[in-house]
Design a protein around this ligand. Sequence first.
Ligand code: KG4
Ligand code: ZN
Length: 327
Amino acid sequence: MEFLILAIETSCDDTSVAVIHNQKILANVVSSQLDHSQYGGVIPELASRKHLVNIQLVIEEAIKKSGITLIDLDAIAFTQGPGLLGSLLVGVNYAKGLSMALQKPLIAVNHMEAHILAHWIDHAPELPFLCLTVSGGHTSLTMVQEHPLNHQIIGQTLDDAAGEAFDKVAKLLNLPYPGGPLIDKLAQKGQPHFSFPKPQIPDYQFSFSGFKTAVKNFLKDFPTEKIQEELPNICASVQHAIVNILIERLEKAIKNLRPKSIGIAGGVSANSLLRTKTLEIGKRLGLPTYIPKFEYCTDNAAMIAITAHYKLEKKEFSDLTVVPYTR
Ligand code: KG4
Ligand code: ZN
């Protein structure tokens, strides 16, 4: 069906607006807040204020890039949660304002569901589709059944998320936030010489809080001057350990649940080793394997737009009393 939708994503520290027409992304503008890097993590109050400043500019750029006229829109979509309350409120209220002014329906989208549906932007994976979703706030294995909006979480993290593990270890190594991309970059120059204990937990579940402690203890025994010298090897070892935990569980789930295709989603799916290893498993097990383009891995509004497209087909609208949720 031909729909024209404008989507807004403000769940954390990226202000993003996308326009989708007939399932094709016409614009996906992302403004990342670099201000948090100096604090070693996202400062919620600062993020919310920055969204207020950025959102109008990002909306205008998305309209310009896509060449649309607002009155032609079929719906306004926004991220309802999970995320930071102050950040979400900016996007939710902007969407409500647009919906009221233009008299167009509102569509509320779950951020984690949208990371999975990012796979439907360029192609439709064969169903059932098993997706490993790995971000700064979540780590889960989800089975998408006969429709993109019909899915079940089959396992998730009991504590920290995989992205959080990357970021916390980066902080221990005095690297700026977000640490995931930096660890990935440094790891390319090193070898995984060091090993860390694996969490002993049931199938399909994840746990990363012990991993951070293990790295902390490892660094305690390491001479300070050596840390700098060994940084690429330490990063390669950390990346190797986190990715192995993820890949082992993904492989177990594939063998037991027999999906028709597999994929990864969320910010950590930008990780080079995770991308390579996921493609390797797919090849070995003869399964079509989907990895979103970089711009659709980290937070973006294009994934909100494609999810909204499917929700519009099903007429899943929200009213003006809709409120954000943080988890
Ligand atoms: O999905 P996302 O953009 O935001 C959340 O919804 O959390 O994910 C952000 C997370 C951060 O923890 C960041 O360090 C991680 O994704 N990340 C990476 C890479 N790029 C982003 N982790 C490892 N390797 C990367 N290349
Ligand atoms: Zn995300």
